[in-house]
Design a protein around this ligand. Structure first.
Ligand code: ADP
Length: 453
């Protein structure tokens, strides 16, 4: 099976978020399972050093779509002052060039797998501009939503930049309340739609989590599937993680606690072995439940536990957290920056890991912490609900700081029973969220798409 995987960011070439991790790992897993895969990515400034012949996996060719006027810039989508004003032009170009390049290279994919609004127009073009091209006669499209909140909205006056016929600007196709909505185009024109967890697939069909597109998604509910993201166990494995103080496995779990002590020392927390250490590593954004944290931290400071936060993001949370830091609670460490090394140390050194998200398409933090034997405490939403339950963690349902505190208290209470806790830790480490199983599900879906008219 021939697959072209399109993404606006791919690890190791360009990354701003979780999409890049998926786009770096899934194509390799597909290749291992026998697909002939190529990927497409804009040739950003940060990619230029890769030259013209980038490869990934065993033998995956990376199509780098070049246009210096569009892509030779400091960032991917925009800078401090806001999004680049010509993003529609940039990503329309990207999508058209992908199709031109396939023809030029005579690579005719059975499946084109698009991701998020930046590549949505590939599906649209195939059914419009390119519909009479015999070359793409048999090609089917899959569209994956990584976060429904980002839709690629543009003013209707810009529509001509897509080079599409004006007739497609209507409420059943690309129009959304008077604006152009690229993500909607992906949802309407692709053969199948997927998102990154089964629960999120259901949630986005509701008014509450549908970001205005729940109606479109409900209409296509029989062609919408949730496939959980995998985790890259090359990067995230306590047995061979060179960023942590001491490596460990389930067999020598005692070594995990050397990481706890080293972390406490590094953060200036009291080196108390018996006190539960709770960690959080997160973007500081509303989606991530940071409001629950900021409103509960004074109470958390009064509990018999230690708490470490690593995060960066919205200005308002920086200000709130700086204020709390000034109170100099002995058991709380607040670190407001992006720090990959400290993140690894937190996953390894903590006893528990908190993910109180308001919504969470899939979430990586809970998968990483399970692998490190660090017990997740999560809100029951999206991918968190699909990967954490009473057997491997602690779950709270309502989005309130009261419920979050109760879950933390339950975890701390259970931590007191050392033998039980050890069992829980070992069980958590056994969970396997590698890409193999998820890649298999994508291939099944590709096959369904190919066999379906
Ligand atoms: P999202 O992509 O929505 O931000 P995910 O849970 O899918 O959330 O992925 C977040 C990833 O980014 C995790 O690997 C997490 O460890 C990492 N991360 C988030 N904030 C920081 C930070 N301040 N420093 C280091 N790593 C971070």
């Amino acid at each position: 099976m021939k697959v072209l995987f399109c993404s606006s960011e791919i690890v190791p070439f360009a990354k701003t978020g979780g999409l890049a991790d998926v786009a770096g790992a899934l194509p390799c897993a597909l290749e291992s399972q026998g697909c002939q895969v190529k990927v497409a990515l804009p040739k950003y400034r940060c990619v230029k050093k890769a030259g013209n012949s980038a490869k990934m996996g065993r033998d995956i060719e990376v199509y780098l779509i070049e246009n210096d006027r569009y892509f030779d810039r400091p960032e991917l989508y925009g800078e401090k002052s806001g999004d680049y004003p010509d993003n529609l032009e940039r990503f329309s170009f990207f999508c058209r060039q992908i199709l031109h390049l396939l023809k030029k290279n005579n690579f005719c994919p059975d499946i084109i797998h698009c991701n998020d609004w930046q590549t949505a127009l590939v599906s649209v073009y195939l059914k419009t501009k390119f519909r009479d091209e015999p070359f793409f006669n048999r090609t089917k499209t899959i569209f994956t939503i990584h976060n429904l909140a980002y839709q690629g909205l543009f003013a209707k006056e810009q529509f001509s930049q897509t080079q599409l016929d004006q007739q497609f600007f209507n409420m059943h196709q690309l129009e959304y309340y008077g604006k152009l909505n690229l993500l909607k185009g992906g949802l309407v024109f692709s053969r199948f739609i997927t998102t990154v967890s089964p629960t999120y697939a259901k949630e986005i069909q509701t008014l509450k989590f549908g970001c205005g597109l729940d109606g479109v998604l409900r209409e296509r509910r029989n062609e919408l599937f949730g496939i959980i993201n995998g985790l890259d166990y090359q990067t995230w494995n306590p047995a061979n993680d060179d960023k942590i103080f001491r490596r460990y496995t389930a067999e020598n779990i005692k070594d995990k606690y050397a990481n706890k002590e080293a972390l406490q020392r590094e953060l200036g927390l009291p080196c108390e072995k018996e006190v539960a250490l709770v960690g959080i590593v997160s973007r500081l954004a509303e989606q991530k439940g940071i409001d629950l944290i900021t409103s509960a931290l004074d109470k958390i400071a009064g509990l018999k536990l230690q708490f470490v936060l690593l995060g960066t993001g919205d200005e308002k949370y920086h200000l709130l957290l700086e204020k709390i830091r000034e109170k100099k609670y002995k058991n709380i460490s607040i670190n407001l920056r992006f720090d990959a090394v400290l993140a690894h140390k937190i996953y390894a050194g903590c006893d528990m890991f908190l993910v109180p998200s308001y919504y969470e398409p899939c979430g990586l933090g809970q998968l990483i912490s399970l692998k490190y034997g660090t017990i997740p405490i999560v809100r029951k939403t999206g991918g968190l609900a699909d990967t954490v339950g009473p057997d491997n963690g602690f779950v709270f349902e309502k989005y309130t700081s009261g419920q979050m505190l109760q879950a933390i208290n339950r975890a701390v209470k259970s931590y007191e029973d050392k033998e039980q806790w050890r069992k829980l830790t070992l069980r958590a480490m056994e969970y396997d969220f590698s890409w193999d199983a998820s890649a298999k599900k994508y291939i099944e879906l590709y096959n369904r798409a190919i066999n379906k008219e």
